[in-house]
Design a protein around this ligand. Sequence first.
Ligand SMILES: NC(=O)c1ccc[n+]([C@@H]2O[C@H](COP(=O)([O-])OP(=O)(O)OC[C@H]3O[C@@H](n4cnc5c(N)ncnc54)[C@H](OP(=O)(O)O)[C@@H]3O)[C@@H](O)[C@H]2O)c1
Length: 223
Amino acid sequence: MTKTLFITGASSGIGAATAKAAAEAGWNVALFARSTDKLEKLAGEIGDAALVLGGDVTKLDDVEAAVSKTVEKFGGLDAAFANAGLGLDTPGTVEGDPDEWRTMIDVNIMGLLYTARAAIPHLKTTKGHLVMTGSAAGRRHIPGSIYGATKWFVHGYAGNMAEEMKEWGGRVTVVAPGMVDTAFFSEPKPDKLQPEDVAGAVMHALQADPRCAVREVFLMPQN
Ligand SMILES: NC(=O)c1ccc[n+]([C@@H]2O[C@H](COP(=O)([O-])OP(=O)(O)OC[C@H]3O[C@@H](n4cnc5c(N)ncnc54)[C@H](OP(=O)(O)O)[C@@H]3O)[C@@H](O)[C@H]2O)c1
């Protein structure tokens, strides 16, 4: 039976590339983000296997409604990719803007938790898979990085959820890229990782034999 993947942050970068890779591998893909115009365009490229779900990951109701619609449309949920995330324009604890921190923490931490909360009851019925986008910045210390600290949360939570979910046959993967050439940065980064590289890592984890839990994939640009 065709498997179904719910993706947050599917309108751009890593999420959009993963949607394409999963659809190419024969999965149904549920595309969640705020920019429905971009989601519609992506869904147009993918075809019937794609479902557009506009919403804000910082709103639990939006995420729960989107996951319900995914299950209604495709008959179940095999995997969820908690990928939506953002950085800060102004770094630094003294120089930075606390309102900007709150927005980022809402997306990178609360949005990730909401995605897990909405998906897990459905993943339990399929012995499904939860994938989260961490970062190289969530594996090593970067001077003063508040963004990096949100990704340390992702790595810690992913490991804790891997221990919890294995009790019912569920798997958890944190994918941890270094710099990727996406809209996350205002300037193009052509010599760094491409979003397709990260999508390939996600698909490797999702397609691994059920005996093999790919707990973490760490990718760095070679240059
Ligand atoms: N690029 C890198 O170098 C890099 C490295 C390591 C980790 N990461 C992580 O990779 C993930 C994806 O980032 P990316 O590089 O692919 O950047 P991107 O192209 O800017 O994509 C970010 C995605 O997050 C979504 N998003 C942001 N706020 C949202 C909200 N409130 N509700 C729903 N969706 C929201 C955006 O969609 P809308 O704006 O349409 O809502 C967009 O689809 C993030 O978690 C990021 O921290 C990136």
